[in-house]
Design a binder for this molecule. Structure first.
Ligand SMILES: NC(=O)C1=CN([C@@H]2O[C@H](COP(=O)(O)OP(=O)(O)OC[C@H]3O[C@@H](n4cnc5c(N)ncnc54)[C@H](OP(=O)(O)O)[C@@H]3O)[C@@H](O)[C@H]2O)C=CC1
Ligand SMILES: O=C(O)[C@@H]1CCC=N1
Length: 254
């Protein structure tokens, strides 16, 4: 399938890197010099500067700009696309329909791990194109079709913004190791390995059981776990998801 990405930023480039293996990919952006730079890193793509009136008739569009420029960019689009895939956080299907004409609409939420083909992408929208949508986004990692936009906004908080939250935990653990006296390069390696191993365990084990299997009576883990609970890390995570989800819903009301 030929896919046209509008926008050439972080996410568009991550998506394009994965998609070129199975699809013809065109990127449309407002700055031809930036597009040429992108093409140097992903030579398989074709590039095009955004016209003042850009005809998207019959195209399968992946809309990859920031939510606040939806109006500005869509004002330059004409014609009726085939499928419009939007990765814009919070931006509702209704809002997309108001601004861009298409036969089918799908909201998706990939994450930055798309750049290494390990995105956890959620999708919702017109069921008629569910299979095509899942096929396209499986080329950048795992996919999950959701039943509603509310679920997608929650997924935005967990898996869209989530890499930043886990990165904070990773940075904190690394700094902790450095504070205890381990050189930074070794601390970083340790934390990388820790995340890789734990993520594999999570594929088959419940988090609480992983914790139980690590925590020995009177041991080190019980002490560290107590510190996390005393400092409200669990509740901080729950509040983080709630407020990030609220923000996604707020973006949708604009
Ligand atoms: N970053 C992430 O981890 C994730 C982001 N998202 C969503 O992806 C979308 C893109 O985010 P991201 O890639 O991080 O953002 P970037 O800022 O990296 O990219 C935004 C792109 O939009 C283009 N753009 C901005 N204004 C205009 C305009 N007026 N006319 C034409 N093009 C314009 C920019 O062009 P130029 O390069 O010329 O400035 C750039 O190519 C957002 O809606 C975000 O919610 C979704 C999941 C994860
Ligand atoms: O911070 C944001 O708005 C976007 C949405 C998901 C990840 N980044």
């Amino acid at each position: 399938m030929k896919l046209t990405l509008i926008g050439n930023g972080t996410m568009a480039q991550s998506l394009a890197k994965g998609l070129v293996a199975n699809h013809e990919v065109e990127i449309i952006g407002r700055n031809i010099n930036k597009l040429k730079e992108v093409q140097k890193t992903i030579p398989q793509i074709s590039i095009k500067e955004l016209d003042d009136v850009e005809d998207i008739t019959g195209k399968n569009i992946l809309f990859c700009v920031k939510p606040y420029v939806l109006q500005t960019v869509s004002a330059r689009l004409s014609g009726k696309a085939n499928i419009l895939f939007s990765i814009l956080a919070g931006t509702t299907l209704d809002s997309l329909k108001k601004h861009i004409e298409a036969k089918y609409y799908v909201r998706t939420m990939p994450n930055v791990a798309a750049s290494v083909l390990k995105s956890m992408t959620t999708l919702t929208g017109d069921e008629e194109v569910k299979n095509e949508a899942l096929e396209i986004f499986t080329s950048i990692g795992q996919t999950l079709w959701l039943e509603s936009e509310k679920q997608l906004d929650i997924a935005t908080a967990v898996a869209g913004s989530g890499p930043a939250f886990l990165a904070l935990i990773a940075e904190g653990l690394t700094d902790g190791a450095v504070r205890a006296g381990l050189p930074r390069d070794l601390s970083s390696k340790l934390v990388q390995g820790l995340f890789t191993g734990t993520s594999t365990l999570l594929e088959t084990q419940h988090p609480a059981l992983i914790k139980d299997s690590v925590m020995s009576p009177g041991g080190t883990t019980a002490v560290g776990y107590g510190v996390l609970e005393k400092n409200g890390v669990r509740n901080a995570m729950m509040d983080t998801i709630e407020q990030t989800y609220n923000k996604a819903q707020e973006l949708g009301k604009k």
